[in-house]
Design a protein around this ligand. Sequence first.
Ligand code: 5RP
Length: 231
Amino acid sequence: MATTQAMTQDELKQAVAQAAVDYIQPKLVDDIIVGIGTGSTANFFIDLLAAHKGKIQGTVASSEASAERLKGHGIPVYDLNSVDEIAVYVDGADETNERLELIKGGGGALTREKIVAAASKEFVCIVDGSKWVGKLGEFPLPVEVIPMARSYVARELVKLGGNPILREGFTTDNGNIILDVHNLDIAVPCQIEEKINGITGVVCNGLFALKPADVLIIGRESGVETVTSGS
Ligand code: 5RP
């Protein structure tokens, strides 16, 4: 009797990346700019997008790493300041809840990711099922910080109930450091996002709650599901 093998996490990531390519296909008639995220799931998307590179005007990348990968496929990469509109942004996440609020920044690209997401008409988030949570915060919340503010910001994050740990040996594409905040009670994600944004010296935090994803494509053993905000 034939046995069915469970899909690996990479196979699920590839499946959602393919689903994202299928999702944006109808938009490709308009020679659009596509915003590109960062991380292993985004990498699968980049590799699959390569087959359609002739149908898009180009991309805006959320990290140097993604820009390099895109260029390696011969896909044009534009500076955000030189484009008028990004039709759709496709990126992974470290956690998502049912309201499509996210924790991002496991790869340290949270600030550029948030900028490209903000500048895009639609944010399509692609994740494997392990990223789905009832409450955000099991994954330590990444916070990008101006280096000279490290200790001050860390003390302020402790006051919020978190345990900030410096990401050792890591510098962001913007020349800053990352504090990964453990044990934060993220009961109301929008409030925590605003509070952390309000700490002087914080560049950005990895909560995407004030502006969550518009569409979530999630891959589970049972299949790929597309969830839209409000559904
Ligand atoms: C990078 C990110 C990534 O989207 C997040 O870390 C998920 O990564 P992966 O697709 O490798 O699981 O926010 O800053």
